[in-house]
Design a protein. Structure first.
Length: 410
């Protein structure tokens, strides 16, 4: 009976992880909608506010390996609770921040650190421990789809809250939603391994020489470094869009609703993309999945630049981008797992996410500088397309084990 219920148990954990990511990612991916209201309210300027959000992109990534390491050592429960509380606190105090330093503290540190602690590295790493190897890619896809659904839900809700309650009321509402997710962390808390269990793990896997050795080996692994290079450009692309797509829409003379629905469509489309990517990792090498994802982004950006800037163009562009938006996470996490196993997956994948967010910092910050100094985002679009092409090519030399053939029934 216990064996029969085990699969049901680990899929339940996956669904809870997806639900928590829906909150942490949904609130974070909708921050670009606050850019213009914050500028109007504080008068700090688009570039200054973009810098605060860019620092948030970096902090979100910097927290990932730290949160992952703590979760690997002590269990994910305390990490997730702390993350939710920081996210709620940062959202609650942002309306009182009227200086650049204040916004950097609330948006760039508290909200970013909180959502980072409750994000991919901890949630995917925690779920992976309960999953058989052949199911981990699909589990990552489901968890990732939760974050995408959060973007689909939060973007129009956030815009509606801004319209109904003002941007301050919307921030306080997000703080309340974050706190309402606290009960989920209890079911995901897990527990750290006991000394006896750690000894058994080492005995079962003599190659496990500890986290320091794992980090040292990863730093020398060419495939791991190439994966980082590709994921860096992914971060640049996503942060530029979530921060500045509302500004691009405004420059094209369209309403704020077009921006919020474009972000929502990206999230909705990425649900399908994430699930498809998770399914694909069980049948194809993940590096080829990443190659085609990044290649498609290059093509879509070039088509967008040539197309008339109408509401329909933005919606179609969003739908196309959404298929690969964060769907890069399952194949990327799968490659990390193939290269190094799951013992330190939360830590090693967290470092990969840090690379992603260094790119994200540049995407958010340079976008603000471009529009202030040039009056538009044209140079950013071409830079984004070039980096996407680079990301496609850099994944091909990764040494990834082939997919094991599935046994056919006798």
């Amino acid at each position: 009976m216990g064996t029969r219920n085990e699969p049901r148990s680990y899929w339940f954990i996956v669904l809870l992880a997806a639900a928590l990511l829906m909150v942490t990612m949904g609130s974070r991916q909708s921050q670009g909608l606050f850019l213009s209201p914050l500028n109007t309210s504080t008068g700090l300027g688009i570039a200054t506010i973009s810098l605060a959000m860019a620092i948030g992109q970096f902090v979100w990534g910097a927290v990932q390996p730290i949160a992952g390491a703590i979760a690997d050592r002590y269990g994910p429960g305390r990490v997730l609770v702390g993350g939710i509380l920081l996210l709620a606190l940062g959202s609650a105090i942002t309306p009182f921040m009227t200086t650049s330093a204040g916004l950097i503290f609330s948006l760039g540190i508290l909200i970013a650190a909180g959502s980072g602690a409750g994000s991919f590295s901890v949630l995917i790493g925690s779920a992976a421990r309960h999953m058989p190897a052949e199911k981990r890619g699909m589990a990552a896809g489901i968890i990732n789809a939760g974050g995408s659904f959060g973007q689909f839900v939060f973007a129009p809700i956030t815009q509606g809250l801004i319209s109904a309650l003002g941007w301050m009321g919307a921030m306080w509402s997000i703080a309340g939603i974050a706190l309402a997710a606290l009960p989920i962390t209890r079911a995901l808390r897990g527990r750290p391994a006991t000394a006896t269990e750690q000894a058994r793990s080492v005995a079962a896997n003599p190659a496990d020489k500890g986290m320091k050795a794992a980090l040292r080996d990863a730093g020398k692994n060419r495939s791991y470094l190439l994966l980082h290079a590709g994921f860096f450009t992914c971060g640049f692309h996503i942060a530029f869009l979530i921060t500045h797509l509302p500004g691009e829409v405004q420059l094209c003379g369209l309403s704020a609703q077009v921006a919020s629905w474009s972000l929502a469509i990206i999230g909705l489309s990425n649900i399908a993309g994430s699930l498809l990517a998770g399914w694909g990792t069980q049948r194809f090498r993940s590096k080829y999945i990443l190659f085609w994802m990044y290649s498609s982004r290059t093509l879509l950006i070039l088509i967008y630049l040539a197309a008339p800037k109408t509401s329909l163009t933005f919606y179609l562009f969003a739908a196309g981008l959404g298929l690969t938006w964060l769907a890069t996470v399952p194949p990327t996490a799968t490659i990390v797992g193939k290269l190094f196993g799951t013992r330190y997956l939360a830590t090693l994948f967290g470092l990969t996410l840090l690379s992603h967010q260094i790119g994200a910092f540049l995407g958010a910050w340079l976008g603000g500088l471009a529009v202030v100094n040039l009056g538009n985002y044209t140079i950013m679009w071409y830079l984004d397309a070039g980096l996407a092409a680079f990301a496609a090519l850099v994944n091909l030399p990764i040494r990834e084990a082939p997919i094991a053939p599935r046994l056919q029934p006798a």
